[in-house]
Design a protein around this ligand. Structure first.
Ligand SMILES: C[S@@+](CC[C@H](N)C(=O)[O-])C[C@H]1O[C@@H](n2cnc3c(N)ncnc32)[C@H](O)[C@@H]1O
Length: 219
């Protein structure tokens, strides 16, 4: 049986995911553009926090966004409708049992999902079956083990370590960002390219201070 999602599915988590996505939209999405007519699978879309940016950056792509959580999907549909998104279809589905034919998608987009899964390589393999030959996958994950503070803060490191431990107990890996290259290679992907994306925050960037996930990212 799958262990519970470490952040839960409550309203506070919905707000956290939305703040995180809004803060990071340029950092994460600036180079994610899919051609008109291409079929894109967003796996683990949650409350749709990345979906709207995906849609806006690729307005003529045909995006299918899936998640196992019906509660999160309902919120994703609500938000996408409010944002006027018209090129996204939402479906409830499990990454390990997707209801699509092999090779159905040109591109796959996965953001902050593998870090919660006990079997990330198997998840990547399951997704690969649904990519057409020559298709691409974009995977964005955090790495909570690579946060630095000035002045140094023991309390901040303790808080992060608490999350790392809880996520590990739930079967995940909050430091998975640094492992993306071997994970993708082990899952059979070729031409893997990892691009570390640092989130730097100081008092001159109040929006980032408010919405910062507090950890560097790997893409
Ligand atoms: C941290 S949220 C990220 C949501 C979104 N990608 C974002 O960046 O805001 C992780 C999501 O993965 C979903 N998830 C976990 N295991 C899954 C699985 N096996 N199949 C589909 N979705 C899954 C969870 O329900 C949750 O909504």
């Amino acid at each position: 049986m799958q262990k519970p999602y470490v952040h839960g599915y409550n309203e506070r988590e919905t707000t956290r995911l939305q703040d995180q996505a809004a803060t990071l939209v340029e950092l994460l999405h600036a180079d994610t553009t899919y051609p008109a007519g291409s079929r894109v699978l967003e796996a683990g879309c949650g409350v749709g926090a990345q979906t709207i940016a995906l849609s806006q950056h690729s307005p003529e792509a045909l995006i299918t966004s899936v998640d196992v959580s019906a509660v999160s999907l309902a919120e994703a549909v609500r938000r996408a409708t409010a944002a006027g998104v018209s090129n996204v279809q939402f479906e409830q589905a499990d990454i390990f049992a997707l209801p699509y034919a092999p090779g159905s998608f040109d591109h796959i987009f996965v953001c902050f999902v593998l870090e919660h899964l006990p079997q990330p390589v198997e998840a990547l393999q399951a997704l690969r079956k649904h990519l057409r030959p020559g298709g691409t996958i974009t995977v964005i994950e955090g790495d909570h083990g690579s946060a630095y503070f000035y002045p140094e803060s023991e309390a901040a490191h303790t808080a992060i370590q608490g999350l790392v431990a809880l996520q590990q107990q739930a079967g995940g890996n909050a430091m998975i960002g640094r492992a993306l290259y071997p994970l993708l290679s082990d899952a059979g992907y070729h031409a893997v390219c990892v691009s570390p994306r640092m989130v730097y925050v100081d008092a001159s960037r109040p929006a980032l201070v408010e919405g910062s996930p507090g950890a560097p990212l790997q893409r």
